[in-house]
Ligand binder design. Structure first.
Ligand code: SF4
Length: 342
């Protein structure tokens, strides 16, 4: 399936010219890094700016290279691949969402046999393809289904948009639909949606051109794995609370509160700060028998393959301490969403 990305060159060039900036830092997600040289040369040639490429991570709109930008003394960050999550702090940021186009009907044809026994279908996607949801709704309507798209708000401002830490648009329509059709890459988001909403999800992936159904069985298997990990962490006595220094993931206040709650219950806890949370770094802290991830919930839920001790999310820590039960957390949205509302 042919996918074309919109780099919004005209807008970016205009904004650079209007702002009169001289030095910019470009931040690209992994999949688009093969375009970094082309992009840098084009921006430099068209605007006269000096452009630098950030080699750090670019996980989301939560992950801005503010420290790099400060140390380089650039006037502007150009962040590609996500929408704004944070207000500008010091250095201004332009967001280019990299909307990706493809033939929606071709992809929906792949998904159609998996939708057959549904009448009412919720639609969801990541920011890259969210603009294609009205077209997908039109096709579904033509095929006799009743499509619904949840209203965007907060960190997911676009109708139907979901994040790995926020499924609120899907949750808002869960009661009205028989299941969800997710349009986007990978299994993490559709699995998260299945857990958050309690509905089956058909994942239609434009990068593979394939569709797959994520049933209750798969969602329940993931939940059982999480319950088992929480039980393991409960038995630990020494716990490391991982705090990210990424601007949109830093939860130092939550981490301090959690440390107090753990210590009240007899655990020994300390806070470990990191930019990129990596297994090899955490493995060096051999006193800790378990870790609690207060940063992006995907770190714990996707799992760090070589991490030698169990890791749970901030929400799961409150389940472990008996402050919240699984039912409540699922109602608040799992794996994401609720972690911001503790
Ligand atoms: S916290 Fe994680 S899931 Fe949420 S936007 Fe950032 S990288 Fe994505």
């Amino acid at each position: 399936m042919t996918i074309s990305y919109n780099f919004e060159m005209e807008r970016v060039i205009k904004e650079i010219a209007e702002r009169g900036v001289e030095r910019v830092l470009i931040q690209l997600p992994e999949g688009l890094r093969p375009k970094a040289l082309w992009l840098t040369r084009r921006l430099e040639a068209e605007t006269g700016v000096r452009a630098y490429i950030s080699g750090g991570t670019c996980y989301g709109g939560c992950d801005l290279p503010l420290h790099e930008a400060e140390s380089l003394g650039v006037d502007l960050i150009i962040h590609y691949g996500h929408n704004r999550m944070l207000p500008d702090a010091g250095i201004p940021v332009i967001y280019v969402e990299l909307r990706a186009d493809f033939d929606v009907e071709e992809l929906l044809n792949e998904a159609r046999p998996l939708l057959e026994n549904w009448g009412s279908i919720g639609l969801a996607s990541t920011v890259q393809h969210v603009h294609l949801l009205p077209r997908a709704a039109e096709i579904l309507r033509r095929w006799g289904f009743t499509p619904h798209i949840g209203r965007g708000a907060g960190w997911t401002p676009y109708d139907g948009q979901v994040l790995g830490c926020d499924y609120s648009t899907a949750l808002s329509i869960a009661e009205m639909v028989d299941g969800f059709l997710f349009i986007g890459g990978g299994r993490f988001h559709p699995l998260g949606m299945a857990l958050a909403t309690g509905r089956e999800v058909v994942a239609a992936d434009p990068y593979t051109g394939k569709a797959a159904r994520i049933g209750r069985g798969e969602a329940m298997r993931m939940l059982k794995r999480r319950i088992a990990i929480v039980e393991m962490v409960k038995k630990a006595r020494n716990i490391g609370i991982v705090v990210s220094v990424k601007p949109g993931q830093s939860r130092i206040g939550e981490a301090e509160k959690l440390r107090g709650e753990l210590e009240k219950r007899g655990y020994r806890a300390a806070i470990i700060t990191l930019d990129v949370v990596r297994a090899d770094i955490l493995n060096d802290f051999t006193e800790f028998e378990a870790f609690i991830d207060t940063a992006c919930p995907r770190i714990a839920l996707d799992g760090l393959p070589d991490l030698r001790r169990p890791m749970i999310t901030l929400q799961e820590a409150y389940i472990m301490m008996g402050v919240m039960d699984w039912g409540e957390m699922l109602r608040r949205s799992y794996p994401g969403g609720g972690w911001k509302r503790l």
